[in-house]
Design a protein around this ligand. Structure first.
Ligand SMILES: Cc1ncc(COP(=O)(O)O)c(C=O)c1O
Length: 442
């Protein structure tokens, strides 16, 4: 349709996700460029990125090798059909990702977002039991405060009330473990808290209630990130693994945030010495440069599907953009950077300094708890009386407008997770600025 009226480039047409649209449009926070540790606003102001974009730009922004790989790929092969055909880099990237995963987690199913990855893992779990003749195993177990994206599968096993309450009855047959967080017993812990491993025993209670023969899988984030950085209590994940083994339940780790170095290892599974049956990954696989996600499954799961006539599709699932060529090119370049710059090892080396810097805010008025693990921190602020979330929201606004630092908020928690290339001086800068912001809003 032609129109004589020019189309305005104002803010109204775009409905922003997980954003208060009216407040944003009154005072927009826009980024026009990025390089390494910084974003730049349209008027050229540098903003230090303390959130790796949205937990994804682990190698920093606009890194030359990733940019060049995407450019080359766009010229060479823009798209190749994902069903019945494929392109070489999808196999190369799958092998590289599988090589980073523990034990026999050797098969990779690609998709485009963490939410799709979670739905894919849940569907594989249900179908896996089905093809093995245990189709009664249909229940899925998540955890309170868990975040698994926004698909119906993800919000069903997830445990964040606001993400669930408007959307009907969700998936049937889902139960939840309790959250592992207890401020009274865990406040101001660096790394994994001592208290809380016994909360995994709640899985035994859930199994006793429903019977193992009706349960397909348990899904948890090894470290619950989006709910405010909750590292797992020592021994908790090991216990979950043992209970799943006892009852034949698949254990799925949602490593959308923890994958690709955030906790100092390729996957948190390695940090905790626990081998899940599936790992969901996304974000850091391309350092955020092109959307990509996937599910890594153990050999036995893949093999269970490889039966029946060879011309028949084994798993009726997939996405038009599964293993998109641009994403694969970006992923290969990102994995090269992680390896060549030893970014996961670097994260381990920085963890103690990062935690010490975070804990300098302990004792500041309005700070109720600080948690750290790998290069992450969650700082709980005392809520504004009668207006939950307002204090952290004001902190985010001021951090951006006055301190030139990008922070993330969840409720009244400030979350920090810089790119893994962060320099020590920048760690100091982040916590100095966050300290100033907290002072201003408390
Ligand atoms: C643990 C976890 N799972 C899934 C998702 C959803 O990913 P996406 O937003 O790419 O769908 C996220 C996003 O932050 C996440 O943290």
């Amino acid at each position: 349709m032609s129109t004589a009226v020019p189309v305005p480039n104002d803010l109204e047409a775009c409905w922003l996700p997980f954003t208060p649209n009216r407040a944003f449009k009154r005072a927009p926070r826009l980024f026009a460029r990025a390089k390494d540790m910084h974003y730049y606003t349209p008027d050229g102001r540098a903003v230090l990125d303390a959130t790796a974009g949205l937990w994804c730009s682990n190698a920093g922004h606009c890194r030359d090798p990733i940019v060049a790989a995407i450019q080359r790929q766009a010229e060479e092969l823009d798209y190749s059909p994902a069903f019945q055909f494929a392109h070489p880099k999808s196999f190369e990237l799958a092998s590289r990702v599988a090589a980073l995963a523990p034990a026999d987690l050797n098969r990779v199913f690609f998709c485009n977002s963490g939410s799709e990855g979670v739905d894919t893992a849940l569907k594989i779990a249900l179908a896996y039991h089905n093809v093995r003749g245990e189709g009664a195993r249909t229940r899925l177990i998540g955890r309170e405060r868990g975040y698994h994206g926004v698909g119906f599968g993800g919000i069903s096993v997830g445990g964040i009330v606001a993400n669930r309450k408007m959307f009907g009855t969700l998936l049937a047959g889902v139960d939840h473990l309790p959250s592992t967080y207890d401020r009274e017993r865990q406040a101001f812990t660096k790394g994994e808290p001592e208290w809380g491993a016994h909360l995994a025993d709640e899985l035994e209670r859930i199994v006793a209630l429903h019977d193992a023969s009706t349960i397909a899988a348990v899904i948890v984030e090894p470290m619950a990130g989006s709910t405010g950085v909750l590292p797992p209590p020592k021994g908790y994940l090991q216990k979950l693994r043992a209970i799943c083994d006892r009852h034949g339940l698949l254990l799925i780790f949602d490593e959308v945030i923890t994958g690709f170095g955030r906790l100092g290892h390729a996957f948190a599974a390695e940090r905790y010495g626990v081998t899940p049956d599936m790992i969901v990954f996304a974000k850091g696989v391309t350092s955020g440069a092109v959307p990509m996600a996937g599910v890594i499954v153990r050999d036995g799961i893949y093999e269970a599907f490889m039966r029946g006539p060879e011309h028949v599709v084994e798993l009726f699932h997939g996405y038009t953009y599964s293993a998109h060529p641009l994403a694969c090119a970006a992923g290969l370049a990102a994995l090269d950077l992680y390896r060549d710059e030893k970014l996961f090892e670097r994260t381990q080396a920085l963890e103690e300094k990062w935690a010490d810097a975070a804990m300098t805010l302990k004792g500041q008025p309005g700070v109720l708890d600080i948690r750290t693990v790998g290069l992450t921190a969650g700082i709980d602020l005392a809520p504004h009386p009668g207006s939950p979330g307002l204090r952290a929201y004001q902190a985010m606004e001021r951090a951006f407008a006055e301190q030139n630092v990008l922070i993330r908020i969840a409720g009244d928690t400030i979350e920090l997770m810089p790119p893994l290339i962060v320099r020590e001086a920048q760690i100091g800068e982040i916590f100095d600025k966050v300290g100033r912001v907290i002072k201003a809003v408390v």
